[in-house]
Design a protein around this ligand. Structure first.
Ligand code: ACO
Length: 326
């Protein structure tokens, strides 16, 4: 049986830390509010001149090293991001050049926080179809450049970072067992960046109105997230005829501790089986799952044969799950 198997992981977080106490000096907020409502204590912020492709490069290099694969052996590069360095060229192409991955096709995935799982699904399909054998999938974000540092309802949530996986053709039982993807474009305005695209290109007016920053209706997004994630996790379990107790590790998108706890509770799963990086990184959108996965792989929590469940929810709206036999 042919599977798409994750054979290496890597991640990178910029050095600069912004704590909740630092944010207290910027906007009318408190460490207590942020901790209680989100679970976040601090987040990493890219330095001036350090861009999404730089973070992606660092994470990608580590994943290639872990998989013992050279960049020249890659035949596809996928980058999930909502904060590319530029609209054109894509981050996939910029990363291909930085890595020297001359033989790889490359493109980006725009599915916000669900982008990494969308990428797993694309990689899985390409490998099963026989189109590609060695794929690098990176989730990378510099959300701090799209964050309104005067808006307390969003600036406390986001952070910068990148996570990467190498996915290879594997003749055996290990690998991606299933992916389930969903979208609901009718709720796009719950979480969006109004300007910077063809609809509202940059102008003095869009800048004055702060339209180039992320806007989120947090509470409505929260409710939609819990509802959608319950459904897509159930879908993964039923599709694979797996009981919640058979899951060894839950690697969720890191948006809000209360959402993650609600999922763990639904699965009757103790929090020790949940990989949590939210307190130190905040919400890094498409980077959050591969960053958490890399941490759990490197500290030995992920073991051969383990059953891993990934789930994510993000702007679009998009939501997704994946079940992986390590
Ligand atoms: N500090 C202090 N008070 C604040 C802050 C802050 N940073 N932010 C908001 N408040 C206030 C609000 O103004 C409001 O005050 P009011 O009652 O006087 O009007 C009060 O706190 C409650 O606000 P809510 O928005 O109802 O707070 P909630 O409990 O919903 O928490 C949060 C907000 C943390 C944003 C939560 O709704 C959330 O996590 N939502 C989901 C986020 C998510 O999953 N996003 C999807 C992925 S992200 C992506 O795709 C990029």
């Amino acid at each position: 049986m042919i599977h798409a198997r994750i054979t290496g992981t890597g991640s990178f977080a910029p050095k600069k830390i912004i704590t909740n106490q630092d944010l207290e000096k910027l906007v009318d907020t408190s460490d207590e509010w942020i901790t209680e409502r989100t679970g976040i204590k601090e987040r990493r912020i890219a330095e001036k001149g350090q861009n999404t492709s730089d973070l992606a490069y660092e994470a990608g290099k580590k994943a290639l090293k872990a998989a013992e694969l050279t960049a020249q052996e890659l035949d596809l590069i996928l980058v999930a991001t909502m904060t590319p360095d530029t609209i054109l060229p894509s981050m996939g192409c910029v990363l291909q050049d930085k890595l020297g991955a001359k033989n790889a096709a490359a493109f980006d995935i725009a599915a916000a926080c669900s982008g990494f799982i969308y990428g797993l699904s694309i990689a899985d399909a390409f490998i099963k179809a026989g189109a590609y054998k060695n794929i690098l999938l990176v989730g990378a974000e510099v959300l701090s450049r799209f964050t309104d540092w005067e808006d307390r309802t969003t600036c406390v949530l986001f952070g910068d970072g990148a996570g990467a996986v190498v996915i290879q053709r594997h003749a055996g039982k290990h690998g991606i067992l299933s992916t389930h993807l969903h979208s609901d474009g009718s709720l796009g305005d719950l979480l969006h960046v109004p300007a910077g695209g063809a609809q509202h290109p940059a102008s003095h007016d869009t800048i004055r109105k702060r339209m180039h920053f992320i806007k989120m209706k947090g509470n409505e997004t929260f409710k939609a997230a819990v509802r959608a994630l319950e459904g897509v996790v159930q879908e993964a379990l039923e599709h694979n005829k797996v009981k919640p107790e058979e899951i060894d590790l839950l690697v969720p998108h890191q948006a809000n501790l209360r959402i993650i706890q609600a999922m763990a509770q639904r699965l009757n799963m103790p929090m020790e089986k949940v990989v949590l990086t939210l307190p130190k990184y905040g919400n890094t959108s498409a980077a959050s799952i591969p960053m958490a996965l890399d941490e759990a792989v490197r500290d030995g929590r992920v073991k051969e044969n383990h059953l891993l469940l990934f789930e994510a929810f993000g702007g679009g709206l998009t939501w997704a799950s994946a079940l992986v036999r390590w």
